[in-house]
Design a binder for this molecule. Structure first.
Ligand SMILES: Nc1ncnc2c1ncn2[C@@H]1O[C@H](COP(=O)(O)OP(=O)(O)OP(=O)(O)O)[C@@H](O)[C@H]1O
Length: 543
């Protein structure tokens, strides 16, 4: 054991403590060790948490008092026995399996798949909801304290280590503990304790447990983890100060760049909560569930490790951008453009007045409209269109809807039609919690761009594969707006209303796609949607 500062020496670990025979060591922490132990009479097997009574940080003593308050909750280990025998303070609790930290490390600290992270989110938020309803804060949320059960409970995440836990409801007055401006000593962990508690010395409350969950989830989704975790535990006060500064200065939008928006929203939500405010746990459980479902994972919060195979290699709207190959690979783009080139357009003009639309075009438009009806209904009538290798159909819905829209926008012949398709595109994008530009969304924008850019030309199918795409180098004269950084979408939103030609709109669409791709991790912001709505509006009036 480590960490004790008593003058006395810690005695050797005994073979038995009360009725428990100690087997192998399962793990150890700052203040004690955990053993697998067998009841010598009943043969019941438990995890025995053992701590020397003289330890400088007598967490077992606190845990003994806390455990009874939270008994009976799902994912809370059962306390079978507790007490002091001789020099040893012990707790006998349910024997559990591996911790999320073990899993994370065994997995080479690789980014965890989104489905698993959503399960962790749902379960850990539920655990905290339960603890909080019992008037207890955890105060040490971290991967090592989230442990899987043993079969048949191996899909359940258990919370352990209540050594730092504390009542936030005064048992005598039944009131929330008071806030204070006095700076407190830090209790928690370096990686995930909230900014208020860790960096500002504030009194912890429910919001801080939730902020720690948010940081833990973001950590799991970030290559090499959160930046302040990368140098290991700080070994000096200067190193700790640096860590604190880094954590305090990290903006949610930077921490969550490229992640599904739910993560950033959750972190911001936890930081907006008032000191004594009760979090809306269910809202966030539902949001993470929806995110999982939208991305083709199960709606169940069962944590299955290793994750089921269908999701392997599946990259979707909400997959972190860092994990994705480039938005549209060159080969794919050639394929897409080749596909459009194969459309039998017969050299018809596009985006011209109705008088020049021939009968075939009208028919095609009607077909496009009928497929759009499916899009509006959001119902897939058949899996015939399912793309090989893609996961369950729920995940396909958004992608398929966008693919259909891309196909429809290609043969569109008037600005009015284009306007409607843009509105449909917005609708599909907004119907999904991950408002990110996925590959099919880029496809749509690319075809839209092509349509707008070529508005005054006749499309010649043979030249389509050479058609300019915003994914390809842009000629210098059009490049001025491609140095776009933050704020560009806001500018596009303003300027779209004064665009004088389809070509101008095309340039704006290209800028929008580039800046969304490059600067905001593909998330379509409010300005982004307003810009797209502006496109739809402008197309209605542009001839
Ligand atoms: N009930 C259990 N069943 C199986 N293993 C467990 C159990 N509880 C704890 N462990 C293992 O022992 C390790 C240390 O447990 P715990 O965090 O409770 O101890 P601690 O001394 O409070 O540690 P820390 O210094 O991290 O706060 C855990 O990370 C886990 O690997």
């Amino acid at each position: 054991m480590t960490g004790y500062d008593s003058g006395d020496e810690e005695p050797p670990i005994p073979q038995t403590v009360q009725n428990w025979w100690l087997n192998e060591k399962l793990g150890s922490g700052y203040s004690g060790s955990i053993y697998r132990a067998t009841n010598i009479y009943t043969k019941q097997i438990v995890a025995l948490k053992l701590q020397w009574v003289e330890h400088a940080c007598p967490t077992n003593r606190y845990e003994r008092c806390l455990y009874p308050l939270i008994q009976g909750g799902k994912g809370i280990p059962k306390l079978w026995a507790a007490g002091v025998q001789g020099s040893w303070d012990f707790l006998a609790i349910d024997l559990l399996g591996q911790s999320l930290d073990n899993i994370y490390r065994k997995n080479g600290k690789e980014v965890m798949n989104l489905g698993s992270v959503c399960c962790i989110a749902m379960q850990v938020i539920q655990r905290l909801e339960f603890m909080h309803t019992r008037g207890v804060l955890h105060r040490d949320i971290q991967l090592g304290n989230c442990v899987l059960g043993l079969p048949p409970h191996d899909k359940v995440i258990y919370m352990i280590d209540f050594g730092f836990s504390k009542r936030y409801i005064d048992p005598y007055t039944n009131r929330h503990i008071p806030n204070s401006n006095a700076k407190r000593d830090f209790i928690g962990n370096y990686w995930f304790s909230s900014v208020n508690v860790h960096c500002r010395g504030k009194v912890p409350s429910r919001r801080d447990d939730l902020e720690a969950v948010a940081l833990m989830l973001i950590h799991l989704m970030t290559p090499r983890g959160l930046s302040w975790t990368r140098n290991g535990v700080p070994k000096s006060s200067q190193a700790h100060d640096l860590l604190i500064r880094e954590k305090r200065n990290a903006l949610p939008e930077d921490l969550c760049k490229g992640l599904p928006t739910v993560f950033e929203e959750f972190l911001r939500y936890t930081r907006r909560l008032k000191f004594d405010q009760c979090p809306n746990y269910q809202e966030w459980i539902d949001k993470f569930k929806k995110l999982a479902v939208d991305e083709g994972y199960s709606s169940s919060d069962n944590f299955i490790w290793p994750p089921p195979s269908p999701t392997v290699g599946h990259k979707t709207a909400n997959t972190p951008r860092r994990l994705l190959s480039p938005p549209v690979k060159k080969d794919d783009m050639v394929g897409i453009l080749g596909g459009i080139a194969k459309l039998d357009l017969g050299g018809r003009p596009v985006l011209v007045n109705n008088a020049r639309i021939n009968k075939t075009t009208v028919q095609e438009t009607q077909e496009a409209k009928s497929s759009k009806l499916d899009v509006r209904d959001g119902v897939e009538t058949s899996d015939a269109n399912a793309l090989p290798g893609l996961p369950p159909r729920l995940a396909l819905q958004k992608g398929q809807q966008l693919e259909r829209l891309s196909k429809s926008v290609g043969p569109a012949t008037t600005n009015k039609e284009l306007s409607k398709y843009v509105s449909d595109f917005i609708q599909v994008m907004q119907s999904n919690s991950g408002r990110t530009l996925t590959r099919p969304a880029f496809q749509f924008l690319d075809v839209l761009y092509t349509q707008l850019d070529k508005s005054s030309l006749v499309i010649r199918p043979t030249t389509m594969s050479k058609t300019k795409s915003f994914n390809e180098p842009v000629p210098e004269k059009e490049k001025q707006a491609s140095h776009v950084k933050l704020g560009v979408v806001a500018r596009l939103r303003r300027e779209v209303h004064s665009a004088r030609s389809s070509k101008e709109l095309a340039t704006m669409v290209a800028d929008f796609a580039r800046v969304t791709n490059r600067s905001t991790g593909r998330t379509v912001s409010k300005d982004g949607f307003a810009f797209l709505e502006g496109i739809a509006e402008r197309l209605k009036v542009l001839k």
